[in-house]
Every structure is written in structure tokens, then in C-alpha cells.
Design a binder for this molecule. Structure first.
Ligand SMILES: C[S@@+](CC[C@H](N)C(=O)[O-])C[C@H]1O[C@@H](n2cnc3c(N)ncnc32)[C@H](O)[C@@H]1O
Ligand code: SF4
Length: 420
């Protein structure tokens, strides 16, 4: 019997190698490739909207974010609207929207104005939005509710003040965080709380306490992110914290399996656990195609991968010259596209063979025979037609996604460092 950790290591290794291929980008983008033509009705893309400003910058964070400055943020929202208009002019239609960051709530008047614009232009089905606990007040909750946010995600990271301090987060007592969460509880279709696990100074016991506390609050959903550090960030973090290692990661993941998955929480993804069916913010799982707008966003349209400029100045220059701010693109090979599909669906815990066939006009067992054989032989997936990730497969799938993000983080880091 091969241990799950070894299987996870293997799948993770292969995924990182695949992910790195995404980084080999062409520069001169043919904007004609970014078109809704050819995307079928059931492959309508979602729209991801990146708001890259935060009131303070957490040292562990791997996203494209800048210290909040009101003037810069207002200018950015103007640019976002113009970028959206370029997509509208191209004929794109969206109904599912995901605001991420950074901290999308840093300028509530701009945010609600943007949501109003979305409602004027599209038939809005659902909106997900993320923010930090320090942004949550009765006024923000009321304004977000009024704006029709369906899913609110709050990045708690941990309830433990010592861990929060070492994460560089504004330290608050667990009681204070609890009060903040209870302010938002029941106000949205879905309330999600984000946690990070396998942080260098975090013990499994401390994490167990976080999971127990989450359960006591009876909140709908929690997303657990394994700490991800790109090579450069890793060096910087290791100078600040202890050594970053994935050797303990499975012990943390086992807590999630034991305390949530085996206790009736539904695995919406390998990282997201919900009571009942809930909205998730993993548009990469739900939709085969998606457009990302804003600095550092990425898009996948019809097998093409596009990357937006990360630098605010450069992003603004593109927009002001009436162009999409795309700085790199890659046409995925058929194999890469199918493997990417497999990864995202397994991350979402299920793959419908019929959907695969409709998407690629081919059978998955013929297209990805080795991959399917490997997952089946080692009991990581089960079922025919409707393929399910098994409990045994969950940790390897989590590692695959972590490795894929780690590869993308390498791209983010390069772009942020070189202000591309
Ligand atoms: C982009 S952040 C936005 C949420 C919000 N700004 C906050 O910090 O509360 C979304 C989530 O990503 C996770 N995250 C950020 N950096 C990470 C890293 N290096 N490794 C793993 N998860 C990370 C955190 O759990 C965070 O809540
Ligand atoms: S974790 Fe959230 S608040 Fe902290 S820097 Fe990243 S996006 Fe900003």
C-alpha cells in the first residue's frame, strides 16, 4: 500500500510541472482571441473583479495587493469600469461575479457604484465578495446586504491572537472576532470564513481549536488554505518566521477531515466545507471559462490563458489607451487544457464524464488514460459517469491545487517584482 502522503507528493510534483507550463507566456497578444464566440450557452464565463488595496499588508499574503491610498483606489475603480466596458463591447455577458483582493470593501461608495453598474448591464445571478474582519461594521454589513451580495467571505485566518500576531494581522481576541462574525451571520445566503493552516508557528492543537471554534459558531462555510509560499516569499517569510515546510501539512488536513468532513460537512472543494449546498468562490471549479478584470487578474477563454498587468501604473496606461491590460497569454495545448479541466473538477470533488465529453468531444478515459488509471488504481476517485473524489483522494487533490497555485505564485511574484 502506497501511503497517501507519497501519492500526494507524486500528484503534487506532476501538477507543479504542469503549472509551470502556464508561465511560458507569449507577449504580443492578439485581442481577437479574447472573444465570447465559440463559448456555448452552458459555458458562460464568470467575472472575477480584483480590488488590490489593503489597509495593511500581511507578510504571508501571496496576492497582488498595495497599501490603500484613496486617490489611487478611486482612479483604479475608474479603470475597472473601462476594462469592463471593453468586454461588454466585445459581446461578453456575465451573470456570476466574484470580488476578490486585496480588500474589495476599502471604498464602499466605489464598490456599491460598481455593483450598481453590473446590475444595469447584466442579469446578475450571484455575487461573492471577500473582506477582512476589521472592515466589518453594522454599516458595511447593511450596505453589502443592500447591494445584494449573496456570499460574504471573511478572512479570519485563525482565532488565536498569538498566531494572528505572527501572521502580521491586527490582533484581536477570539471574542472580538466572534462578535464580528455574528454581526454578518444570517445576513447573506452564504457566510464563509477563511483560515490558513500549516503556518510555521502554528501547532496542530491550535488549528484544532480554530476548527472547534468555527463549529461552535455554526457558520455555514469555512475555507482552509494550506500556506502557500512562492520561492521568493518563502525566503522572506523564513527570515521572519520559522522554516516553512509541508511535512506537517497532512496532520492539519486530517483535522479538517476528522472534524468536518466526517461530521457531516459537505466538501464543496478540497478546501471548502459547507453545511448544506452553498455558493463557493471557486469560479475555476464552477466555470470552464472565466474573465478576470483588474491588476494581476488572469482569464481562461476557450483554451487561452491571459494575464493582466500587475503594476497599477502600467494597468492604468493600457486602459487609458483603450486596450485590454493583457501582458501575456498562452494557448493551452489540448492535453494541458484537459489536464487543467481535470484538476479543477477534482478540486471541486466531482467530474461528470458527460460534461467532459460535451466540452472536448472526447472521452476522458481515452484522453487522459494514465491519469484516470492512476487515480482509480490508488482509490483516489470512484464511480463511473459521475466521478467522485474519495476521502483518500482529498489530500492528494489539495496538494495538487496547492502546487498549481504555487506555480502561479511564481508568475505573480515575477510580475510584482518587475512591475510588469
Ligand atoms: C486574497 S485574501 C482576501 C481576504 C482578505 N483580504 C483577508 O485577508 O481577510 C483570500 C484568502 O487567501 C488566503 N491567503 C492569502 N495569502 C495566502 C498564502 N500565502 N497562503 C495561503 N493562503 C493565503 C487567506 O486565507 C485569505 O483570507
Ligand atoms: S491577506 Fe488579505 S488583508 Fe492581508 S495583504 Fe492579503 S489581501 Fe490584504
Amino acid at each position: 500500500m502506497i501511503p497517501v502522503k507519497t501519492l500526494a507528493g507524486l500528484t503534487g510534483f506532476v501538477t507543479r510541472r504542469e503549472g509551470k507550463k502556464f508561465l511560458k507566456l507569449g507577449e504580443s497578444v492578439d485581442e481577437k482571441l479574447i472573444t465570447p464566440s465559440g463559448l456555448g450557452e452552458n459555458t458562460a464565463p464568470s467575472l472575477y473583479i480584483h480590488i488590490p488595496f489593503c489597509r495593511s499588508l500581511c507578510p504571508f499574503c501571496c496576492f497582488n495587493r498595495y497599501l490603500f491610498d484613496e486617490g489611487m483606489a478611486r482612479r483604479y475603480f475608474r479603470h475597472l469600469k473601462r476594462e469592463l466596458e471593453i468586454y461588454i463591447d466585445k459581446g461578453f455577458k456575465f451573470s456570476d461575479f466574484y470580488f476578490g483582493g486585496g480588500t474589495p470593501t476599502v471604498l464602499m461608495d466605489e464598490l456599491t457604484g460598481f455593483i450598481k453598474l453590473l446590475r444595469e448591464k447584466f442579469n446578475v445571478k450571484q455575487i461573492s465578495l471577500e473582506t477582512t474582519p476589521r472592515e466589518i461594521t453594522p454599516e458595511t454589513v447593511a450596505a453589502l446586504k443592500n447591494a445584494g451580495i449573496n456570499r460574504l467571505s471573511i478572512g479570519v485566518q485563525s482565532f488565536d491572537p498569538v498566531i494572528l500576531k505572527s501572521m502580521g494581522r491586527i490582533s484581536s481576541t477570539d471574542k472580538e472576532t466572534e462578535e464580528i462574525l455574528l454581526m454578518a451571520e444570517g445576513q447573506f445566503d452564504t457566510l464563509n470564513v477563511d483560515f490558513v493552516f500549516n503556518f510555521p508557528e502554528q501547532s496542530v492543537k491550535q488549528f484544532e481549536a480554530d476548527v472547534a471554534h468555527f463549529k461552535e459558531l455554526r457558520i455555514d462555510q469555512a475555507t482552509f488554505y494550506p500556506l502557500m509560499a512562492s520561492p521568493h516569499k518563502k525566503d522572506a517569510m523564513e527570515r521572519k518566521f520559522n522554516r516553512i515546510s509541508t511535512s506537517r501539512e497532512k496532520e492539519f488536513y486530517d483535522v479538517i477531515i476528522r472534524e468536518l468532513y466526517e461530521k457531516g460537512y459537505h466538501a464543496s472543494t478540497a478546501w471548502c466545507f459547507s453545511r448544506g449546498e452553498r455558493m463557493i468562490d471557486e469560479y475555476i471549479v464552477e466555470d470552464d471559462d472565466y474573465i478576470g478584470i483588474g491588476a494581476g487578474s488572469v482569464s481562461i477563454v476557450g483554451g487561452n490563458f491571459f494575464v493582466n498587468s500587475f503594476a497599477l501604473e502600467k494597468y492604468g496606461e493600457y486602459i487609458e489607451s483603450g486596450r485590454l491590460p493583457v501582458i501575456g497569454w498562452r494557448r493551452l495545448t489540448e492535453k494541458e487544457h484537459r489536464r487543467y479541466y481535470l484538476l479543477t473538477k477534482l478540486f471541486g470533488m466531482k467530474l461528470d464524464e458527460g460534461d467532459f465529453h460535451r466540452r472536448f468531444q472526447a472521452d476522458i478515459s481515452r484522453e487522459l488514460p494514465l491519469e484516470m488509471l492512476f487515480f482509480r488504481t490508488f482509490g483516489m476517485i470512484s464511480g463511473d459517469g459521475q466521478i467522485q473524489v474519495t476521502k483518500k483522494g482529498m489530500y492528494p487533490v489539495s496538494v495538487m491545487m496547492r502546487e498549481f497555485f504555487a506555480a502561479l505564485n511564481g508568475l505573480r511574484e515575477y510580475c510584482i517584482e518587475h512591475q510588469v
